[in-house]
Ligand binder design. Structure first.
Ligand SMILES: [Zn+2]
Length: 257
């Protein structure tokens, strides 16, 4: 299984930087988990293929690229973009984003081939299929309704927390999963901003250490969703945790699980 965090910011030379403003994880060049940088950073090939978008929650950094991605493809797509999300998230998208004021309500529009967007609501704690992937969504502990995912293609399986503060049920589900190849876990703020992290329901490296003590899996663990302003501080503090299988996920790099 191919797994890639799309870039979302650029350095002074215009090249993709290691900082992550937006979240969009692409699996097998075919399925997007969150859509933060979906319209901005996909390759032409990915743009041809990605018609399934699985959303963890509706915060802007996780959906910013979705309206523009649909807009880009609006006139030409022959099958709709399927948005997989909880019914709570679908409601937020329709009310607050695709409300004709922020952006058109694409779910009510058609092109020459038919509808362009289709919502596929999923329930937490129940497996569902997205193309060749089997996905389970588990509630996490964030400021708004939000889920983490356990995703398998039948050969490899990964877990992705998305945004969360301390959580138990997600780690229980992770621990019940066999042959896990990788775990992606958030760590948004440095330890100095512990109050901000807990008010906004995110983790710091010290809080992350506590979370990792709940995991009974020995696979590699990759840190994601570090706030771009604090990447140096957070990276340093994560290295200081001195946990052997803990790494920071590289933006843009293609991982094979
Ligand atoms: Zn969030």
């Amino acid at each position: 299984m191919k797994f890639q965090l799309l870039p979302s910011t650029f350095d002074e030379t215009g090249r993709a930087s290691a900082r992550q403003h937006l979240s969009c994880f692409v699996v097998d060049d075919l399925i997007a988990f969150d859509a933060g940088s979906l319209a901005f950073a996909v390759t032409a090939e990915q743009k041809k293929r990605i018609r399934d978008v699985v959303l963890s929650h509706a915060h802007l950094d996780h959906i910013a690229g979705l309206p523009l991605y649909i807009d880009d493809l609006f006139a030409t797509i022959k099958r709709p973009i399927q948005i997989h999300a909880t019914s709570e998230v679908v409601e937020i998208l329709e009310r607050d984003i695709f409300n004709w004021s922020i952006y058109p309500r694409f779910s009510e529009l058609q092109n020459d081939y038919g509808i362009v967007v289709e919502y596929c609501p999923f329930e937490t704690e129940k497996d569902f299929k997205v193309k060749h992937l089997n996905v389970k969504a588990v509630n996490v502990n964030h400021k708004v309704p939000s889920v983490g995912f356990i995703v398998s293609d039948g050969k490899s399986t990964f877990a992705l927390t998305n945004d969360t503060a301390a959580v138990n049920r997600f780690w229980e589900a992770v621990n019940q999963t066999e042959n896990l190849s990788a775990i992606m876990v958030e760590c948004a703020f440095p330890d100095e901003l512990g109050d901000l992290a807990s008010n906004s329901h995110h983790l710091t490296p010290q809080a992350l250490r506590e979370e990792l003590s709940k995991i009974n899996q020995s696979c590699p663990i990759y840190v994601v969703n570090i706030k771009p302003m604090y990447i140096e501080q957070v990276s340093k503090q994560i290295h200081e945790l001195d946990i052997e299988n803990l790494h920071i996920l590289e933006v843009g790099k293609i991982y094979e699980f």
